[in-house]
Write a protein that binds this ligand. Structure first.
Ligand code: TMP
Length: 221
């Protein structure tokens, strides 16, 4: 059980495309707020005006992708701004920060798939994230084909972004990359199957959150 003084709790959600992270973050926020616990819901890349600008630059699916190192530096530039102006201030206020993707996405997308060396990612993480590491990371795991179908359905007639337009093989490696990370960090990362209905996934997440955090009504709001 994590009991925190004035610092809030930092929870990140990770996984492939179409896993339902955004929906589950919304549902968790509703549950926490029902206990008068304040939440800061955010996402990466983005979450602050400066980082959202960088997001537009990176995810533009209309032009050829940037090389993996340039992309990584842009993700970390966005993250530095997001930490300084969004995440750390919310943690200082004692809130729950629920973040849709964080540095584990860089590890998998740019590290495993983009072949950016682990030492480069370690150095950037030390510089930018420092001690603002997630208290808990939830990976929503979904079979690749189903995730790609869900992402396509959600997108409708919109253009696929930089990563949504990648192949089945890319998304399969992505899934394995996240599962490998979970095996490497069993204390911090839990894997939840995202195949069943939204309410059951919400319930499973809630059980894990209740086990790990002190949820006494209004204590940290
Ligand atoms: P999303 O908001 O739909 O999850 O889109 C963000 C995309 O950016 C998603 O395809 C994953 C990708 N991404 C990276 O490649 N590296 C990162 O560090 C982050 C945060 C996201």
């Amino acid at each position: 059980m994590t009991t925190l003084g004035s610092r809030g709790s930092f929870i990140t959600f990770e996984g492939g495309e179409g896993a339902g992270k955004t929906t589950q973050i919304r549902r968790l926020k509703t549950r926490l707020e029902a206990l008068s616990l304040a939440c800061h819901v955010t996402r990466e890349p983005g979450g602050t005006p400066g980082a959202e600008l960088i997001r537009t630059l990176i995810l533009d699916g209309q032009r050829p992708p940037l090389d993996a190192l340039t992309e990584t530096l842009l993700f970390y530039a966005a993250r530095a701004n997001h930490l300084a102006e969004g995440i750390r201030p919310a943690l200082m206020r004692g809130e729950f920060v629920l973040c849709d993707r964080f540095s584990d996405s860089t590890r998998v997308y740019q590290g495993v798939l983009g072949a950016v060396p682990q030492a480069t990612l370690d150095a950037l993480e030390t510089l930018v994230v420092a001690d603002t590491k997630p208290d808990l990371t939830i990976i929503l795991d979904i079979p690749t084909e189903l995730g790609m179908q869900r992402a396509a359905a959600r997108r409708g007639a919109d253009h696929a972004d930089r990563f949504e337009s990648e192949t089945f093989g890319f998304h399969e490696k992505l899934r394995q990359g996240f599962l490998d990370l979970a095996r490497a960090h069993p204390q911090r990362i839990i894997v939840i199957s995202a195949e069943c209905d939204e309410a059951s996934i919400e319930q499973e997440i809630w059980m894990k959150i209740s086990e790990r955090f002190s949820l006494e009504r209004g204590k940290r709001a």
